[in-house]
Design a protein around this ligand. Structure first.
Ligand SMILES: [Zn+2]
Length: 177
């Protein structure tokens, strides 16, 4: 089932991807209209039309697109290499540079890095320096362009409805169709 929804600005500019519950709230609250429907959601007694693409009724200032923070994206940013010892091809974990127990931001690009199991274990609940470990580079929030956000969805049939809206103002629309 398609569980994420493409959100367009009032002028049809692609804005972001929202979870289904959030998109429902936008629609039910009168803040957005449904432009394309996804698979219906059924319970024993009812079925709801799930949105696949919604459009805001009022134009919002476009926020800077943000890369989605996830384990997968952190591994990708770090080139699937442990940021302490540089090893690749081993089981990777996510390390909180400043551990939660020491007040580290739990889930930010700057506080999370890829670490192999050995380094993560060695570091334990300490700061890197205390464990004799050094980061190979400072973790950062990756740059994100609109296509990096939306294009991965287009590989899945469940999101085929997005195509019409992502390339609507693109002169290269024909090549994207
Ligand atoms: Zn390592």
């Amino acid at each position: 089932m398609n569980s994420e929804v493409l959100v367009l600005n009032q002028d049809y500019e692609p804005l972001n991807v929202a979870s289904l519950p959030r998109a429902f709230r936008l629609v039910l609250g009168g803040k957005a209209e449904i432009l394309a429907e996804g698979d219906p959601i059924r319970s024993a007694s009812r079925s709801w039309t799930a949105p696949s693409v919604v459009r805001l009724r009022h134009r919002v200032r476009r926020p800077r697109p943000r890369a989605k923070l996830s384990r997968k994206e952190i591994f990708a940013r770090d080139g699937h290499a442990c940021q302490y010892c540089g090893r690749t091809g081993v089981s990777l974990t996510i390390d909180h540079i400043v551990p939660k127990s020491r007040g580290g931001d739990t889930w930010t690009w700057e506080n999370l890095v890829t670490a192999c199991m050995a380094c993560n274990h060695r570091k334990g609940d300490r700061l890197p320096e205390a464990a004799g470990l050094q980061l190979r580079r400072k973790p950062y929030e990756p740059r994100c362009d609109v296509y990096a956000v939306f294009l991965p969805y287009l590989r899945h049939d469940a999101y085929s409805a997005w195509r019409d809206f992502l390339f609507i103002s693109d002169s290269a629309a024909a090549s994207g169709a």
